[in-house]
Design a binder for this molecule. Structure first.
Ligand code: FAD
Length: 374
């Protein structure tokens, strides 16, 4: 039987960041990925925004890791010459929403986002003339990054420190024997000291196949699809533009990719509880990511509330992603759940549940948090 230090399940941006961190700390790491390439899950179905850290309850994992992760990510992107840009961002409100904007501003400052300013609608229009709003928050440290560049760099770092990537190697189950986790990978028995479940949408399904982990430690997961609409042609904005957040998401906002293409979204569409068959298939493949043209009307209505000049027929269906959530419709947003041995009592096991946004921004800080446990 092969023996390694760490088996990371999932080669999304978070699994890769963890693998990099542990490989650099001198651990022998194997990354197990069920698909034929890295990052085909949520990590390639998001907005690619480096969030400042404004939205999350002060002291939460989301707030701490987003702010720390953002600093680390800009430094990493500079060092590795990754395609990224500090675009800045405006969060807009009508005067009737000014109390909500004020609260967001205070939360951002309390979270350590120390460069925020509250600006008038007039000032916002001097920055982005096509906008309509009465008041806005200006966030200079929000930006965008090419997530594929990032994942390739993380994998490269991990491999340079001895990590191995096993593609098309779906984790099945693990049992605790002789003081290690034993699993079967591509017909080979492998024993590891640390088993790290970074399977994203499938994290609960993976956890249910780890022998000895009590069911009470596997949270119920909810799934909310987020679809995007693409703007045809160049946008009249150079910054990211957000309305005040809505339940389950950040509101229909405008993001830009590193090539300058603009998109609106993601909206929030709660999905039914996955069937046993979907779970068996793996949720990344089982979910339907199609974006219907009849959703465009809703996008147009939302966007026109802050960009009245959106031309008719300028939107086309874009892509979509699915958020792995630990809270359901109508419930307050849950925090990221990082579970180590002191939480569930199983030695050498770490589970990551509910790593929705800002998981991309936070990935390097999450890597550090996992290293601190290991
Ligand atoms: C619509 C949307 C927009 C978002 N926008 C942003 C944003 O702008 N900024 C931001 O910071 N965050 C954003 N996020 C969040 C961010 O995308 C996620 O937090 C991050 O990508 C999660 O990475 P991950 O590695 O946990 O999951 P994934 O990328 O899903 O990776 C999990 C991997 O595990 C693999 N896997 C699953 N089961 C198994 C198994 N049994 N065996 C082996 N491998 C397995 C999968 O194939 C997959 O590759 C957004 C999310 C969504 C849905």
């Amino acid at each position: 039987m092969d023996r390694i230090d760490v088996l990371v399940i999932g080669a999304g941006v978070i699994g890769l960041a963890i693998a990099r961190e542990l490989a650099q700390a001198g651990r022998e790491v194997v990354i197990l990925e069920g698909q034929s390439a890295i990052g085909t899950g949520t990590s390639s179905r998001n907005s690619g925004v480096i969030h400042a850290g404004i939205y999350y309850p002060t002291g939460s994992n989301k707030a701490r890791w987003c702010v720390e992760g953002r600093h680390l990510l800009y430094a990493y992107a500079r060092k590795h010459h990754l395609n990224h840009r500090r675009t800045e961002k405006l969060i807009l409100a009508a005067s009737s929403e000014s109390a909500r904007l004020e609260n967001l501003f205070k939360t951002g400052l309390a979270n350590g986002v120390d460069d925020l300013t509250m600006i008038s609608g007039q000032k916002a229009r001097s920055m982005e003339p096509e906008l309509r709003c009465d008041i806005a928050i200006h966030s200079p440290s929000t930006g965008i990054i090419d997530v594929h560049d990032l994942m390739l760099a993380l994998l490269g770092d991990a491999q340079a420190h001895g990590a191995t990537l096993a593609l098309q190697s779906r984790f099945d189950r693990s049992t605790w024997a002789n003081g290690r986790w034993e699993s079967e990978i591509l017909g080979q028995k492998v024993a590891c000291d640390w088993l790290i479940n970074a399977a994203g949408l499938d994290a609960a399904a993976v956890a249910s196949r780890i022998e000895g982990l009590g069911g009470q430690h596997i949270p119920k997961m909810f799934f909310a699809k987020g679809s995007y609409a693409r703007l045809q042609g160049r946008p009249p904005f150079s910054r990211l533009i957000y309305p005040v957040p809505v339940p389950g998401g950040l509101g229909t906002h405008l993001t830009l990719d590193c090539g300058g293409q603009a998109q609106f979204g993601p909206n929030v569409q709660w999905l039914d509880t996955p069937s046993a068959q979907q779970i068996e298939t793996g949720l990344i493949q089982a979910f339907d990511y199609a974006v219907n043209a009849d959703e465009l009307e809703g996008f147009e209505r939302d966007v026109r509330s802050w960009w009245p000049g959106l031309p008719n027929g300028a939107l086309t269906p874009g892509y979509s992603g699915v958020r792995p959530k630990l809270s359901g419709p109508g419930e307050p947003a849950a925090d990221f759940m990082l579970q180590g041995p002191s939480d569930h009592g199983c030695p050498g096991l770490i589970n990551l549940f509910g790593f929705e946004s800002p998981g991309l921004t936070s990935c390097l800080a999450i890597g550090r948090a996992v290293r601190a446990i290991v």
